[in-house]
Design a protein around this ligand. Structure first.
Ligand code: PLP
Length: 384
């Protein structure tokens, strides 16, 4: 069966050069990076090289990078860390209503502890404005957390403008850059962020490893308690192969990001034009200009996206519903931009990545339009 993978927002394959870089740290160079002997020090050196590589990708200094277990931990660390280290009983957070659950559920957990949270509504393009942020500021606003790019729409938020406001008002500013890092230009100083989350498995590195950028001099309580690893910011024996993998992936994308983006955007736009020609009524969700190069969210009115995808088992793409406790709930992102539940259920998220080829795009396009046009179709046209 030929498989076409178009779900690069969900996860990415480990780049072969990344895997090669990681392998020695499972065997020959297996040392604990906290050990003082030479075996440990080889692992330590690899961790510090990776820290430099991640810092370079983000325009940060190495000592501002803390390795974590992924995007979820980085988001939790940033949000809990700022709130817990902010003095006083009254505290307020500003965020958006389309954040990933790693941010939304963390904010909701804090609401139970009496922290006030404003969830700014996005417009139909999936973006907020700096004016909305300014209007929601309160005397006790301790943190603004706004994602860089959305995982479903690919919509990109005006972070640099929000960063300027946060700096003027002396409020901590965090961004979840899990989807954008390595895909679009990202420089922590240009964006004006104090904290930024990334995850390796979204950028051709391994799963279970990520990083949090913490601007030097930030006041941030640690999330985990234990030993003195990573200067106490994040205790726990370092995941050396994972860290090396994240570093290697960051190094590749530092050099190849713009070339990738150009090629992937081109393929995405071609796919969209062809789909629009073949599927009347197709609707694109979110802005086409302010979006990640590889992302496409489309609604095919009158269809049930889950059923459609079930008929195309060799096509790996996501739908607009998330399985929650066995119930397919429409995505909070799609309803936030104004889609009805029915429209959300008729929505596909297509994510192109570095390995995506023109042939794959053509195959996917024909499979999709074939499945939509042929009511009697019960077989997957890709299953050769
Ligand atoms: N934030 C965003 C925007 C994401 O897309 C994801 C993963 O889907 C996460 C956070 C969570 O990252 P991780 O899977 O590394 O915990």
């Amino acid at each position: 069966m030929n498989r076409v993978y178009l779900d690069f927002n969900a996860t990415t394959p480990v780049e072969p050069a990344v895997l090669d870089a990681m392998l020695p740290y499972f065997s020959a160079d297996f040392g604990n990076a906290a050990s003082i002997h030479t075996v440990g020090q080889r692992a330590r050196a690899a961790v510090e090289t990776a820290r430099d590589q991640v810092a370079t990708l983000l325009g940060a200094r190495s000592q501002e990078i803390v390795f974590t277990s992924g995007g979820t931990e980085s988001d939790n660390h940033a949000i809990f860390g700022i709130i817990r280290s902010t003095p006083g009983a009254t505290k307020h957070i500003i965020t958006t209503n389309i954040e990933h659950e790693a941010v939304l559920n963390t904010c909701q957990a804090l609401e139970k502890d009496g922290i006030a949270v404003t969830y700014l509504p996005v417009n139909s393009d999936g973006v907020i404005t700096v004016d909305q942020v300014e209007e929601s500021l309160r005397p006790h606003t301790a943190l603004i957390t706004v994602m860089h790019a959305n995982n479903e729409l690919g919509s990109v938020q005006p972070l640099a403008q929000i960063g300027k406001l946060a700096l003027q008002r002396d409020i901590y500013f965090h961004t979840d850059a899990v989807q954008s890092a390595g895909k679009i230009p990202l420089d922590v100083k240009t964006l004006g962020v104090d904290l930024l989350s990334i995850s390796a498995h979204k950028l051709y590195g391994p799963k279970g490893i990520g990083a949090l950028y913490i601007r030097g001099g930030s006041r941030l309580q640690q999330l985990l308690y234990g030993g003195h690893h990573q200067r106490g910011f994040r205790p726990g024996t370092e995941n050396v192969p994972g860290i090396v993998g994240l570093g290697a992936a960051a190094a590749i994308l530092t050099h190849e990001r713009d070339t990738d983006a150009h090629r992937i955007r081109d393929l995405r736009d071609r796919l969209l034009t062809q789909l629009q020609d073949m599927i009347p009524g197709l609707k694109v969700n979110g802005s086409l200009s302010r979006r990640l190069p590889g992302n496409l969210s489309i609604t095919l009115p009158g269809t049930d996206a889950d059923q459609l995808i079930e008929r195309l088992p060799s096509l790996a793409i996501s739908t607009g519903s998330a399985c929650n406790t066995g119930q397919a709930e429409p995505s909070h992102v799609l309803t936030a931009i104004g889609l009805t539940r029915t429209e959300a259920r008729a929505t596909l998220r297509i994510g192109l990545g570095r390995p995506t080829t023109e042939d794959e795009i053509n195959t996917a396009m024909h499979a999709l339009s074939g499945a939509l046009h042929d009511d009697a179709l019960i077989n997957d046209p890709l299953a050769l």
